[in-house]
Design a protein around this ligand. Structure first.
Ligand SMILES: Cc1ncc(COP(=O)(O)O)c(C=O)c1O
Length: 476
């Protein structure tokens, strides 16, 4: 197929050029009716923010431009069927889980999956078997699952229906997903992959291989994270004999808006063309810029530039503090220089580079200057690294999702919580691997670990209760 085509974007532009008169939703009427002060900012986008008009197809039952655009997408990723998503990978993950597994099924799940995966498990009322990922003690972040930990879990749960993993992790690390998929498929297990951070992998052999090419059954990608697409624009790729396509379509229809955003969908069409026509020389150019950046970073003693142990996403660059400044402090310092990064944790700051085309300029020097000025002049100091982790451990729920949905919750003292069923996620950073999840039984070791993490100054995601030495539990 001709990947230079953009059928949905073209249809939208054709409609705009007709200078049609709007007697339909949305209420801004092609931008004619809008607050004057914001009009200059919004006007171009409002011109194409339309609805399912003649010639513009229907996301939920596509037969024209959207179908053509989704067919080009499937052709590029070499899968049976691809879908545009207008509510992020969040909705993709929910639909992927609901369509692939049923109430009561046993499902292996990477313990530090995104909350949309956890919500999907709860909505589907499955029986999750959580496997904790490896913890990288140098980076102080959670990596992926090992084949051995999956084999171990299958030994005690032979009826398991599916595996859900995140690939790559936020920091661009990848696992050996090929051997994991082969092992699971030999057992007729479904493999569902949250590839939110890897939509660009298909763009070059120099990037890690996409889960779509490794044979995963369903793959969800946030196109908006690493491709030039609008926020919330994502892709779902279906490539399975094991998951029912009709069921998947049904859940996508149920979970997504009946008024999908045309600017988002058109940006997904354009982002597919961008990556499909991205040339090796473009990537070479981008990687050269990143490599120059890395060389400069290496000359600043107050930070350590982290490198992947094996393969990883070269667009992600992580620096680690070598001073008293935490990752959060480094992030706010950079913000004072007008540089906003993707993420900070206790020790690290993560930069995501764009997929530049040859000749494109990007203000990389500015980052180097800000790091040198804002961070580089701090005194070197040893970082206090955590070793505590539940690496490779396997756990199940004490209370099913169905029961949890019926129960009331209460907040009690941590010191009184042993034996109770947890009603919140307790996620210390680092390692970013949940220590407790809703429905799990609270053990004395868990409480000891929370106290020791609190003492070491760890932060907990959404952890207001924990920092006050409380925890949310289900009532008896
Ligand atoms: C691993 C992972 N999966 C899914 C999501 C949700 O993606 P979206 O923002 O596209 O809904 C995120 C968002 O950060 C993520 O990091």
């Amino acid at each position: 197929m001709n990947q230079k085509q953009t059928p949905l974007y073209d249809a939208l532009i054709q409609h705009k050029n007709r200078k049609s008169i709007s007697y339909h939703v949305p209420g801004h009427k092609n931008g004619e009716v809008f607050l004057k002060e914001a009009h200059p900012v919004f006007q171009n986008i409002l011109n194409v923010d339309v609805t399912e008009l003649s010639g513009l197809d229907d996301l939920h039952s596509p037969s024209e431009a959207i179908l053509e655009a989704e067919t080009l997408l499937a052709d590029y990723y070499e899968v049976k069927k691809s879908f545009f998503l207008i509510n992020g990978s969040t909705v993709g993950n929910l639909a992927m889980i609901l369509s692939a597994v049923s109430e009561g099924d046993e499902v292996l799940v990477q313990r530090n999956c995104h909350k949309s995966i956890m919500n999907g498990l709860s909505l589907a009322n499955v029986r999750p078997i959580f496997i904790a990922p490896e913890f990288d003690t140098e980076w102080q972040v959670a990596g992926g699952l090992t084949l051995n930990s999956i084999k171990e879990a299958v030994k005690s749960h032979s009826q398991v229906k599916a595996l859900i993993v995140t690939y790559p992790n936020y920091y661009g690390m990848v696992t050996n997903l090929k051997e994991i998929i082969t092992y699971c498929h030999e057992r007729n297990m479904i493999v569902l992959v949250d590839e939110a951070h890897g939509a660009h992998f298909k763009g070059s052999k120099k990037l890690p291989v996409s889960a779509t090419e490794l044979g995963a059954d369903v793959v969800v990608q946030s196109a908006h994270k690493t491709l030039p697409a609008m926020t919330m624009g994502s892709y779902l790729h279906y490539n399975s004999e094991r998951v029912d396509l009709g069921r998947l379509k049904m859940f996508l229809r149920m979970l997504q808006s009946s008024s999908p955003s045309y600017p988002i969908m058109a940006s997904l069409d354009l982002a597919r063309k961008y990556i499909a026509t991205y040339e090796e020389e473009d990537l070479q150019y981008t990687l050269q810029m990143i490599s120059q950046f890395r060389e400069k970073m290496n000359q600043i003693p107050s930070i350590k530039l982290l490198s992947y142990k094996g393969e990883g996403d070269p667009l992600k660059v992580t620096i680690q503090s070598r001073t008293e400044l935490s990752g959060f402090d480094m992030q706010s310092t950079l913000e004072e220089f007008g540089i906003f990064t993707e993420l900070a944790d206790e020790h690290n700051v993560l930069f995501i580079f764009p997929l530049l085309k040859r000749g494109d300029l990007y203000p990389i020097e500015d980052v180097w200057y800000a790091i040198k000025k804002g961070i580089g002049e701090n005194k070197a100091s040893e970082r206090n690294f955590q070793k505590l982790t539940k690496g490779n451990s396997i756990s199940t729920l004490q209370m099913s999702y169905k029961e949890q949905q019926k129960k009331k919750v209460e907040i009690i003292l941590l010191s009184k919580a042993v034996g109770r069923v947890c009603a919140e996620s307790v996620i210390p950073y680092p390692p970013g691997i949940p220590l407790l999840l809703p429905g799990e039984s609270i053990k004395s070791e868990d409480i000891e670990q929370i106290y020791s993490l609190l003492e070491a100054g760890s932060r907990f995601q959404g952890g207001e209760n924990i920092t006050q030495h409380n925890i949310k539990v289900y009532q008896y």
